[in-house]
Ligand binder design. Structure first.
Ligand SMILES: Nc1nc2[nH]cc(C(=O)O)c2c(=O)[nH]1
Ligand code: SF4
Ligand SMILES: [Mg+2]
Length: 233
């Protein structure tokens, strides 16, 4: 497996925000989002470097750090062929596993092994508009996972993003029918200059009655609020 970094922090995003967590960050991504905060996972040119580790070695390093929650992220962690083997090892040790993914790849063997799929389809501000959305993959996740094993996390930067998000949700009725957890968060770079203002803008959007049909929450990225845009936090 191509591992960039393994470190301890607190989960900064989503429903487990604040929980002590070990992060395993894998190299490589199949997208190129404009506001990506881990561009160093893209290639050597962006500063990428990695170690090639077996799932057993990754599990040993996770054990050495001690936290009971583990987040597998990247880059795009579903590109790692040995993800099911790693998940099996970690589950046998009793860890709670979250995968942070862009939801463009459906890793069928890993899907039942993960406690929480944190799925982040990309809205237009990511750069390539609808090109980064894989609706059939979104459908596969929606139909394969029980509600407690999924959260959908969207970076919403502007009104265009919010409109695209509304369209996406309407295109997939399960979001509404099963009241699946939807998290909207500001785009980190833009928000950093005035995080309260970025959150306030999002909160105002979500006050619209449209959102009553959905199980939506506005959340910040806690680690960005605390430490800014640094590595290893
Ligand atoms: N503290 C912290 N929480 C996170 N949650 C998701 C992250 C990610 O990069 O996927 C992340 C991260 O990079 N740091
Ligand atoms: S999917 Fe995630 S890691 Fe990949 S380019 Fe987009 S923000 Fe960066
Ligand atoms: Mg991050």
């Amino acid at each position: 497996m191509l591992v960039m970094e393994i470190y301890r922090s607190i989960q900064g995003e989503g429903s487990l925000m604040g929980v002590p967590t070990t992060f395993v960050r894998f190299f490589a991504c199949n997208l190129r989002c404009s506001w990506c905060d881990t561009k160093y996972s893209w290639s050597v040119r962006e500063g990428g470097s990695w170690e090639t580790l077996s799932p057993a070695t990754v599990a040993e390093r996770v054990a050495a750090l001690g936290a009971r929650h583990v987040v597998l992220t990247g880059g795009e962690p579903t590109l790692q062929k040995e993800l099911p083997q790693l998940a099996t090892l970690l589950k046998a040790q009793g860890y709670h596993l979250t995968v942070e993914t862009n939801a463009t790849i459906f890793p069928a063997l890993a899907v039942p092994l993960i406690d929480l799929w944190s799925l982040s389809p990309k809205l237009p501000s990511a750069g390539s508009g609808a090109n980064y959305l894989r609706h059939p993959v979104i459908e596969q996740f929606l139909h394969s996972l029980e509600p407690e094993h999924q959260q959908w996390k969207f970076v919403v930067r502007d009104a265009h993003d919010e409109q695209a998000l509304r369209s996406l949700l309407e295109a997939h009725p399960l979001f509404k029918e099963r009241r699946l957890p939807i998290i909207v968060q500001p785009e980190g770079d833009a928000a950093l200059s005035d995080y309260p203002a970025a959150l306030a803008w999002l909160a105002e959007r979500v006050r619209d009655p449209f959102w009553d049909q959905y199980n939506v929450r506005v959340l910040p990225q806690l680690h960005v609020l605390i430490w800014g845009r640094r590595r290893l936090v």
